[in-house]
Design a protein around this ligand. Structure first.
Ligand code: XMP
Length: 512
């Protein structure tokens, strides 16, 4: 396994993903990981990430010296290369020219890192993003490539297995980035190709059996990707010892509850308790109009309903959760006070004190794309694994203002028509998230000779990778036309359909 020490670059997580895509397990930890923890981790290689700081500034972060003393290969990327150079006797200066974007490096030496990657002109296209640069290399290092403005685009000391690159092999813009990472983890560190869905499942099943033994496990199943994969994995590992609770809060999409039951209970034979709590949620929400208040009520009711079901079960020792690696990384950053990103959508609080469970989190070290591959390998259907995200409060934040059953019923049908047409036209997979919004205003329409005043539905579809920024999807007008016509014809209470052309920022993806 490979250890990645994080100096805070926006690309750090990508390094971990690329290493895993190369078939090798990797974990990312803060750069100041203790010597003992590093030894316990027992890495076959270490990667030092990039970072926003300058090595020559007082108090800037350094790699623990032990990194260079363990005798395992080390790859420094950008800041990681600079601090490695500085720590081993070289020097770093502010570059006269900052380099951002594409660059061609001229390869001078084919070391094991760049081996076999240069083109016919002895160049490789890479992605640069740096202001500082290495000015002199430590003793024993040889320069392996350069650009006109960066004399040391990469360098290595092969006798000590130390490698440094100024460019970013982890971003897709670097043409042979995957190969650079692969050369490091396979060619240099000698790692095997063991990190693949089949192996992960086998390892996880064995670990789960070991951790759980004969005990019983409870899982809150939402039908989303993460909890579904946890359910499938646990079912494979411990069969009947698993009980799932699925809370139908009345704010789900059309027929969603039935679909979840059919798939998990009927098809897979998993014990799923369906808590039909629509009335309870709607009663609790009556009169609430503020989005944050609505979120809190929905979160609180969820905990209560879930706890009541849990109390009815006897002798459950474990609670399973679909926590995934990005959640772990984010909350670790927050604890250290280094939060760059605030994950604000935790709507569900903790369980009450009388319910003591030990946690089972079998996806805790997996990225979303790995969770999806696991799910596919476990036999979950494509539509489930590649679903758009659906917020915890569900339609509760897509019905603007006060929530009423009448509104939810209209919205469900409109949303379903939208989804049907997106799937039929191939646009579902081209958008990251799409949904309908219920606008509680009446607008005039005309049916036959009569004027009717009915509700407005807004369609929202966005393209995004990280959900932090998003562009409204440029759906073809013919498609929008078809959807709007169907919604207005098939739902008597809707007189008007609009398409949301706002991008994020300044708009958000959801309307509340
Ligand atoms: P916004 O609206 O903030 O949404 O641009 C970004 C992503 O977060 C989802 N979202 C939520 N998810 N509970 C959730 O579980 C929430 O309260 C919530 N609000 C927004 C939203 O669907 C989008 O994917």
């Amino acid at each position: 396994r490979i250890l990645i020490l994080d100096f805070g670059s926006q690309y750090s997580q990508l390094i971990a993903r690329r290493v895993r895509e190369a078939g090798v397990y990797s974990e990312m930890h803060p750069f100041d990981m203790s010597d003992d923890d590093i030894k316990t981790f027992n890495p076959k290689g270490i990667i030092l990430s990039g970072g926003p700081e300058s090595v020559y500034e007082a108090g800037s972060p350094r790699a623990p010296q032990i990194v260079f003393e363990l005798g395992v290969p080390v790859l420094g990327i950008c800041y990681g290369f600079q601090t490695m150079s500085a720590q081993l006797g070289g020097s770093v200066v502010a570059g006269a020219v900052k380099e951002f974007g594409y660059a061609q490096i001229d390869v001078a030496v084919d070391d094991k890192l760049l081996n076999g990657l240069k083109d016919d002109n002895a160049q490789i296209q890479v992605w640069m993003s740096h202001g500082d640069k290495v000015a002199s290399l430590p003793d024993g290092f040889t320069v392996t490539s350069s650009t006109p403005s960066c004399a040391f685009a990469s360098a290595s000391d092969e006798s000590r297995q130390l490698y440094g690159v100024q460019f970013h092999p982890e971003v897709t813009h670097t043409a042979k980035g995957v190969e650079v990472i692969s050369n490091f983890v396979h060619g240099i560190c000698g790692c095997g190709n063991l990190w693949n869905p089949q192996n992960i499942i086998e390892m996880r099943v064995a670990q789960l059996k070991e951790q759980i033994g004969d005990e019983k496990v409870l899982l809150g199943l939402s039908g989303g990707v993460d909890s579904s994969v946890v359910a499938a994995l646990l079912h494979k590992a411990i069969g009947d010892q698993l009980t799932c609770v699925f809370v139908d809060n009345g704010l789900l999409r059309l027929n969603e509850g039935d679909q979840v039951m059919r798939m998990f209970a009927d098809n897979m034979g998993i014990r799923v308790i369906r808590a039909d709590a629509e009335n309870r949620f709607l009663d609790a929400l009556a009169g609430a109009t503020d989005p944050e208040v609505k979120r809190k009520i929905i979160g609180r009711e969820f905990i209560e309903v879930f706890s009541e079901e849990a109390r009815k079960l006897d002798g459950v020792k474990f609670l399973a959760q679909g926590t995934i690696y990005p959640d772990v990384i984010e909350s670790a950053k927050t604890k250290n006070g280094k939060a760059h990103v605030i994950k604000s959508h935790h709507n569900v609080g903790g369980l009450p004190d009388d319910l003591h469970f030990e946690l089972v989190e079998p996806l805790r070290d997996l990225f979303k794309d790995e969770v999806r591959k696991l799910g596919t390998t476990l036999g979950l259907p494509h539509e489930m694994i590649y679903r758009h995200p659906f917020p915890g409060p569900g339609l509760g934040v897509r019905i603007l203002g006060e929530i009423k059953k009448e509104y939810a019923d209209i919205l469900r049908v409109a949303d379903d028509i939208f989804m049907q047409e997106l799937r039929a036209s191939g646009w579902y997979d081209k958008t990251a998230q799409a949904f309908a919004v219920f606008c509680p205003v009446k607008s005039v329409g005309v049916v036959g000779d009569a004027r009717r005043y009915a509700w407005v539905i807004s369609l929202r579809a966005v393209e995004t990778v990280d959900f932090m920024t998003a562009r409204f999807a440029h759906l073809p007008y013919e498609l929008v036309d078809k959807i709007s016509t169907r919604i207005m014809n098939e739902i008597a209470d809707v007189s008007r359909v609009v398409y949301d052309v706002s991008s994020k920022p300044p708009a958000t993806i959801e309307w509340e």
